[in-house]
Design a protein around this ligand. Structure first.
Ligand code: CP
Ligand code: NVA
Length: 308
C-alpha cells in the first residue's frame, strides 16, 4: 500500500511507471462511451472516499468516474458535513474511515490535515490539493505534454504568475522528470524557497526571472494559473491583480516561446485575467486534453496506491 502525497515524496521510477501506465490506460479505452467499464477492473469490490473541504469540478468528477470505470464504488463527502477536525481529530476520522473504505482522496486546506490523515489511515491516502501542492494535476500535465511532444526530459517549462500550490508540484516534477523550469512571478509571490532548493539539488535548472518576456524566451511549455487561489483571502484580490497584471499570458507573450510551444492551465481559469481567451482557445492550448488527462493519470495513481 502506498500513499500518494506529493511528487517529491514519490520515487522517480514509480512516477515514470505511472505516466506510462496512464498512457496505456488511456489508449485502451479510446472512443468508448464514458460509462463503459475498463477492460481491466482493478478496483472491483473497492470503496473509495472522496473528501472535499474546498470546491472542485475536475478533481471530483475525474476521481469519481475513474473509480467507477475501474470497477470500484465512490462516496463523495463534503468536509463541512463531517466531524473532520472539529467533531474529532483528523487521526480518529482516518482510523474510522479505514474500517469502511479501501482508499481515501482528500482535498483540504492545511497540508497537516493530509499528513495526519495519511499517518493514521491504514488505507492509501491521495492528495487532491492542499494549500501547498497539487500533485495529481501535475501528473496529468506531464501526461499531456508527453502525448503531444514526447519526453519532457530536458525541456524548458515556464510558469507565469502566482508562486502557488500548482507550481510547487511542477517544481517537484522538474526534479523527478528532469526538465528545466523558469518561474516568472513578482518578488512577493515567489514559490517556496525550499522547493526550489530541492529541485536544484536534483540537478535541474530552476530559474527565477521576474521579467515575463525574458522568462518565456525559448519555452517548450508555458503554464499559468489563477492569481487568487481558494485558500487566499479575497481581500488580497485587488492587490494581487495589480501585482500580477504584467504576467498575463497573451498572444504577444506566447510569441516569445518556441513556435510549437504548448500552453497549459489547470483550470478553472479567469479569462482576461491570468490568460486571454485568444491563448486559451488558440492552437497552442492543450487545456481540454489536460483536464481529460486527470482521469487517466489518476487511474494510474490509484492502481499504484493499491499495488495493482
Ligand atoms: N484543476 C483542478 O483541480 O480543478 P478543480 O478545482 O475543478 O478540481
Ligand atoms: N491554485 C488553485 C488551483 C485550483 C485547482 C487553487 O488552489 O485554488
Amino acid at each position: 500500500m502506498n500513499h500518494f502525497l506529493d511528487i517529491h515524496k514519490t520515487d522517480a521510477s514509480d512516477l515514470r511507471q505511472m505516466i506510462n501506465e496512464a498512457k496505456r490506460i488511456k489508449t485502451a479505452r479510446k472512443g468508448q462511451p464514458k460509462g463503459t467499464p475498463d477492460a481491466e477492473q482493478p478496483l472491483a469490490n473497492h470503496m473509495v472516499a472522496l473528501i472535499f473541504e474546498k470546491p472542485s469540478t475536475r478533481t471530483r468528477v475525474s476521481f469519481d468516474v475513474g473509480v467507477r470505470q475501474m470497477g470500484g464504488q465512490t462516496m463523495v463527502l463534503s468536509g463541512s458535513d463531517m466531524q473532520l477536525g472539529h467533531g474529532e481529530t483528523i487521526a480518529d476520522t482516518a482510523r474510522v474511515l479505514s474500517r469502511y473504505v479501501d482508499m481515501i482522496m482528500i482535498r483540504t486546506f492545511e497540508e497537516s490535515t493530509l499528513l495526519e490523515m495519511a499517518e493514521h489511515a491504514s488505507v492509501p491516502v491521495i492528495n487532491g490539493l492542499t494549500n501547498r501542492t497539487h500533485p495529481c494535476q501535475i501528473m496529468a500535465d506531464i501526461l499531456t505534454y508527453e502525448e503531444h511532444h514526447g519526453s519532457i526530459k530536458g525541456k524548458k517549462v515556464v510558469w507565469l504568475g502566482d508562486g502557488n500550490n500548482v507550481v510547487a508540484s511542477l517544481i517537484h516534477a522538474a526534479g523527478q522528470f528532469g526538465f528545466d523550469i523558469t518561474i516568472s512571478a513578482p518578488e512577493t509571490l515567489q514559490p517556496e524557497a525550499g522547493f526550489v532548493a530541492w529541485a536544484r539539488e536534483k540537478g535541474v535548472r530552476v530559474n527565477l526571472e521576474t521579467n515575463p518576456q525574458k522568462a518565456v524566451e525559448g519555452a517548450d511549455l508555458v503554464v499559468t494559473d489563477t492569481w487568487v487561489s481558494m485558500h487566499d483571502s479575497q481581500t488580497t484580490k485587488e492587490r494581487r491583480h495589480n501585482q500580477l497584471r504584467a504576467y498575463q499570458v497573451d498572444d504577444a507573450l506566447m510569441a516569445h516561446a518556441k513556435s510549437d510551444a504548448l500552453f497549459m492551465h489547470c483550470l478553472p481559469a479567469h479569462r482576461g485575467e491570468e490568460v486571454t481567451s485568444s491563448v486559451m482557445d488558440g492552437p497552442q492550448s492543450v487545456i481540454w486534453d489536460e483536464a481529460e488527462n486527470r482521469l487517466h493519470a489518476q487511474k494510474a495513481v490509484m492502481r499504484w496506491c493499491l499495488g495493482k
